[in-house]
Design a protein around this ligand. Structure first.
Ligand code: FES
Length: 184
């Protein structure tokens, strides 16, 4: 009985059989379909969604002070238009803690009450402000004199104007101003 002749190289012996080829082709087709539908890179429905609208600008804060009345107060007078913290130490950066309205030797200004360290609620002290959270100290103009907030940095000042000529003062948090700006 003669030995059968060896078969020519098969798909199995070449390392890439027909089943593998078909599976591969299907995978490529599926990937193309997903890509065509926008599912291949974080797209899909989310890529066509409109971006969220920007947050509304902060609203002006009405006060009970008039320019003439506050200018008639001594240098160093501070009026409190901050949020109530009930003795706690909430950390809120930016203007979220509210504002102090201050009268110094050259006029009236408003500053943020959010500590420049981690947003603690600063409180008036003799001659300035202090943060009870970690101990930062500020002078009356809102410049850090003792850390951990960066010494020399200054709290944001905001525009103060009269609601009507001679009327009550309004703090506008949407209008940051320089630390030397005064209403006088
Ligand atoms: S948040 Fe004011 S000192 Fe840390």
């Amino acid at each position: 009985m003669s030995q059968p002749e060896p078969l020519p190289p098969t798909e199995a012996s070449s390392g890439f059989d027909r089943r593998s080829f078909c599976a591969c082709a299907l995978a490529v087709a599926a990937a193309s379909a997903v890509s065509a539908c926008g599912g291949g890179g974080g797209g899909g429905y989310s890529s066509s969604a409109p971006p969220p609208p920007p947050p509304p600008p902060p609203s002006p804060v009405s006060t009970t002070e008039t320019k003439a009345g506050l200018l008639g107060q001594p240098d160093g007078t501070v009026r409190d238009y901050t949020i109530s913290t009930n003795g706690a130490c909430p950390l809120q950066a930016g203007a979220a803690q509210g504002y102090y309205l201050v009268r110094d030797g050259t006029g009236i200004y408003a500053i943020s009450a959010s500590c420049l360290h981690q947003g603690g609620h600063i409180d008036p002290t003799s001659g300035g402000f202090g943060c009870p959270c970690h101990g930062s100290q500020y002078n009356l103009n809102g410049t850090v004199t003792v850390g951990p907030a960066t010494v020399g940095a200054t709290l944001q000042h905001y525009e103060v104007s009269e609601s009507t000529p001679g009327g009550t003062l309004v703090i506008d948090p949407s209008k940051p101003v320089s630390a030397t700006t005064r209403l006088s």
